[in-house]
Ligand binder design. Structure first.
Ligand SMILES: *Cc1c(COP(=O)(O)O)cnc(C)c1O
Length: 419
């Protein structure tokens, strides 16, 4: 590979060392990949997926067997009774919005049990009011149980507040914070606590970035609904857009009523040309997730070797694909992201710069050279230019290419004398 990418001997050697320490970690990732690939393959076979399911439909999309079969395959793959997998979800935030509005009614309380939810949900819930239309405006109340200082769930606090909640909301991934992601075992403990305090509470999990990282999904340890984006893990880098909601049949139906209309629900919604990429993406997802995890572990090992704090460590158990690296200065962040960009298959020739992104209180720099715009299952890195000057990177459709991107990030810092 060094024939094609000019890397300083220091970066090369550090890279070889990182590969060495990662090997046993990669082997474990392979066993999870193999398990999840078999799980997904079984779901395809059991649901008699065939070429006719890829044809797509137009107009209302009545009787679209591909759409119905994809729902069934996806549901089985995540161990849920039902699923709503649609290209019509424009983003993960949209799928989460549909799920929240689908289940909550005026006077209900939404209880976030793992601290503040992902940034984009603040306006959905009404924690931050801007244009209107939030849950709050519709009379849905909000309460929150913060994580403990070390990032663990506050089970006593959850037990105390769950009785009054209609929805207990969990975020699995770290998002853009340095708190740890929550493992399936931890989710199980949270869900048990909620259900003991309030058997009627609906447990909803923001599963973004978590799909196929572990052997189980939250729906297999008691979650009533899981929600995510198809331009992250479960789209396998092939789905062009979309999202999913999976879980209890009655709840999925309510969400379908919200996505389309009461009465028609899942029965409508044409698939155009999106069926095949969604099927193929789901099929590839366990493998692509494993490649992204290897890229993350490699980055952790490499930058730990250069003396930077990394979250998680290369050999820590993972439950999402995100790798945070605390670089410490704005110059380092920019150089890092510019290096990642150079290792992208698309737009490798451009150089990202920090900009004032709407909705953020500091400048943000983003490295993204993806086939699908904004797809973060593809190698990407984002960083707000504020303390602690950490980069959050994720994705990598193939480890062989993701590794080059990570090495180029180090090279870019080295060339500016700030590695
Ligand atoms: C990506 C993500 C979302 C949804 O973001 P979109 O950009 O709208 O797809 C929600 N929660 C978490 C934790 C995420 O990582």
């Amino acid at each position: 590979m060094y024939e094609f990418f000019d890397l300083d001997p220091r970066v090369r050697q550090a890279g070889e060392r990182a590969m060495g320490v990662c090997r046993p970690v990669f082997e474990k990732m392979d066993t999870v990949r193999d398990y999840n690939q078999a799980k997904v393959l079984r779901a395809f076979a059991d649901n008699h997926v065939s070429e006719s399911h890829f044809m797509g439909s137009t107009g209302y999309g009545y009787g679209d067997r591909g759409r119905e079969t994809l729902d069934a395959v996806f549901a089985q793959a995540v161990g849920a009774p039902d699923a709503l997998v649609r290209h019509n979800f424009v983003s993960g935030t949209h799928a989460l919005t549909v799920a929240l509005f689908g289940v909550l009614r005026p006077g209900d309380t939404l209880l976030a049990v793992t601290g503040a939810p992902y940034d984009t949900l603040e306006e959905v819930i009404g924690i931050r009011e801007t244009g209107g239309g939030s849950l709050r405006e519709f009379g849905v109340l909000y309460d929150q149980v913060d994580l403990t200082e070390d990032g663990a769930p506050d089970l006593a606090g959850i037990a105390a507040k769950a009785a009054g909640a209609k929805v207990a909301y969990i975020q699995r991934s770290r998002g853009y914070s340095l708190r740890p992601s929550l493992s399936i075992d931890t989710l199980e403990a949270i869900i048990r606590t909620v259900k003991q305090a309030n058997p009627d509470a609906v447990v909803m999990v923001d599963n973004c970035y978590g799909e196929f990282v572990e052997r189980k999904e939250p729906t297999q340890v008691g979650a009533d609904l899981i929600v995510g984006s198809l331009i992250k893990n479960p789209g396998g880098g092939i789905a062009q857009t979309g999202g999913y909601i999976a879980g209890r049949k009655d709840l999925v139906e309510r969400c379908a009523y919200r996505l389309t209309s009461p009465g028609t629900g899942k029965e409508v919604g044409c698939t155009l040309h999106e069926s095949k990429p969604m099927f193929m993406g789901l099929f590839f997802a366990p493998n692509v997730v494993s490649e992204a995890l290897k890229t993350a572990a490699f980055a952790a090992a490499l930058f730990d070797g250069f003396g930077y704090p990394v979250y998680p460590a290369f050999d820590e158990p993972r439950t999402d694909i995100i790798q945070a690296i605390r670089l410490g200065t704005p110059e380092k962040l920019v150089a890092f992201c510019q290096g990642i960009q150079k290792g992208s298959p698309v737009d490798a020739f451009v150089s990202p710069e920090p900009w004032d992104m709407p909705g953020y209180d500091s400048q943000v720099i983003m490295a993204a050279g993806a086939f699908t715009s904004g797809a973060s299952i593809e190698l990407s890195a984002d960083a707000p230019l504020r303390a602690p000057y950490a980069a959050w990177m994720q994705g990598g459709l193939t480890f062989a290419s993701g590794r080059i991107g990570v090495l180029l990030a180090a090279q870019s810092m080295l060339e500016q004398g700030i590695l």
